[in-house]
Design a protein. Structure first.
Length: 170
């Protein structure tokens, strides 16, 4: 039997009685993607303009958050931490440090070096069917200013940052 993909998203010709995308654990229900080429300076504890919103279809579902930040540099040697925020609340941070963050990296002196961190987090404490917005916040040893999507004041290379949200059946 041929498999037919229809424009409305339905699929014909699959004979798998165990598959039900609204019930089977681990299946992706929806995906949201956003990207930004904006080169921006972000002060310590500042939030990037890169955001994405998703409305879970069930309170028992999880949201997989995947972020790739374009080049990140700092105004001087910095331990650059990054938080994933859900509606302004930082998720899954470390504890016991002077600065706690979702993830971190080191940016070398004077903004002449840059790195491109990736953040991945499964938000398994979401429990809502209302729209939620995920964003990214710089959280490093203060006071620091971060430059995103380019290397410091150098305009030779510009890049984009990306965020992908996936609702996953728990």
């Amino acid at each position: 039997m041929p498999i037919t993909l229809h424009a409305n998203g339905t699929i014909e010709g699959i004979n798998n009685n165990n598959f039900n995308s609204s019930l089977a654990a681990g299946h992706v229900i929806q995906t949201v993607y956003a990207h930004s080429a904006t080169a921006e300076s972000v002060a310590y504890n500042g939030t990037l303009s890169l955001t994405a919103s998703i409305t879970p279809s069930s309170t028992s579902h999880n949201v997989l958050v995947m972020v790739t930040l374009g080049l990140i540099s700092a105004d001087s040697a910095a331990d650059t931490g990054w938080n994933i925020l859900r509606d302004g609340t930082a998720l899954q941070q470390g504890s016991g440090g002077t600065t706690n963050a979702t993830t971190g990296a080191f940016t070398n002196a004077g903004g002449s070096y840059a790195h491109a961190p990736s953040l991945v987090l499964l938000d398994d404490e979401i429990s809502t069917t209302s729209s939620v917005t995920y964003s990214i916040q710089g959280a490093a040893n203060s006071p620091r200013t971060f430059v995103v999507n380019k290397r410091g004041s150098d305009d030779t290379l510009r890049v984009q940052s990306r965020i992908t949200l996936m609702e996953i059946v728990a």
